[in-house]
Design a protein around this ligand. Structure first.
Ligand code: NCD
Length: 351
């Protein structure tokens, strides 16, 4: 009996040792050090990051690899690097934001930049005029990187023409939000091992969503098939030219897909009543377990946040960590923004 116990004890501690060796081998491959991240950093292909179309498939792959390195570093106790040392990052958010603004701030600080947050109040002046005035004033302070969010589509691109620094689009009206698409691609790749060949359904308020636009473009560049699902009133004109299959029935639209990406019902952007009521909307377009059962086995659920629980998504699905990538998306947000900032700064260093 004692001998059997000793054997069992030895087997268990051997198992523990083997596991520790396995874990440390895994750490060595998945947690590149600072030198690896430095070696992976490459100059961004353009001076600004305005649209998903600024990147091709090869560069996207390299950026995601670099971001993987930052994910590993962000899980370490000491997260501070000097890739942006001496650089000034300005966060210019004309629209409210929690996760995007704070993740750019963290990303800049972890890379050693000086970070300034500005949230100018929406002005009653013509938007173009306000924006240009602000841009010229800020430019005189000589920032190196300017992260901008604005309620007008095209604002980031307009600003890029007026300033001498690199501009990153953190959401311009209903147009694009390219770093969101990048963090979504990273979340998918880490969870399902690839993006190419997967089918992703983007569901809900496509009409008002810059997240949808950037994701359709980026996912297609990465070789995924994209479906758009939502009521006809929430589909933009010309959606048939986006290269995505359009569905108006949620169960059909997510049938057999690998990823279900839910969008927030953007009530603040709606000028008329485009949905009868939020209760009615949930009945037809809210994702719950019953509807999710139509997706492929093992399908993952995403949402860029902030979520309207009980409107486009049921808490039961959103909070189930075995299917929901929503928390991962927030973590990946910091890593991809570090990758973009490091890469843009490498380009500035070369200019
Ligand atoms: C999105 C945005 O602001 O465009 N959110 C985000 O960046 N986390 C989506 C949304 O507001 O619904």
């Amino acid at each position: 009996m004692i001998r059997a116990f000793t054997r069992k004890f030895r087997r268990e501690s051997l198992g523990r040792r083997a596991k520790a060796a396995y874990d440390s081998a895994l750490m060595a491959t998945t947690a590149p050090g600072i030198d690896d991240v430095r070696a992976r950093t490459f100059p961004f292909p353009s001076r600004h990051f305005i649209s998903a179309l600024d990147l091709d498939r090869v560069v996207l792959g390299d950026l995601l690899d670099l971001a993987d390195g930052f994910v590993a570093l962000n899980r370490e106790k000491s997260k501070k690097l000097d890739l942006l040392k001496g650089r000034t990052l300005m966060n210019l958010f004309f629209e409210n934001s929690t996760r995007t603004q704070s993740s750019f701030e963290l990303a800049g600080k972890r890379l050693g930049a000086d970070v300034v947050n500005m949230s100018p109040r929406a002005s009653s002046m013509a938007k173009g005029e306000t924006l240009i005035d602000t841009a010229v004033t800020l430019n005189a302070m000589r920032p190196d990187l300017l992260v901008v969010r604005h309620s007008s589509s095209g604002a980031a691109s307009l600003l890029a023409q007026k300033v001498g620094c690199s501009v990153i689009n953190a959401g311009d009206g209903q147009h694009e939000h390219p770093t969101q698409a990048l963090l979504d691609a990273l979340s998918i790749r880490r969870s399902l091992g690839r993006v190419e060949g997967l089918t992703v359904a983007i569901c809900g308020d496509v009409l008002h969503s810059r997240v949808a636009r950037s994701n359709v473009l980026m996912l297609q560049i990465l070789g995924a098939r994209v479906r758009l699902v939502g009521p006809a009133t929430l589909m933009p004109a010309g959606v048939d030219r986006w290269g995505a299959e359009v569905f108006h029935d949620l169960r059909q639209g997510i049938s057999g897909v690998d990823v279900v990406m839910m969008l927030r019902l953007q009530l603040e952007r709606m000028t008329g009543a485009l949905v009868p009521s939020t209760r009615e909307y949930f009945r037809f377009y809210g994702l719950d377990r019953e509807k999710l059962a139509h997706a492929a086995p093992g399908a993952k659920v995403m949402h860029p946040g902030p979520m309207n629980r009980g409107v486009e998504i049921d808490s039961d699905v959103a909070d189930d960590l075995s299917i929901s990538l929503i928390q991962d998306q927030v973590e990946m947000g910091v890593a991809v923004r570090m990758a973009v900032l490091a890469s843009l700064a490498a380009r500035l260093d070369n200019d």
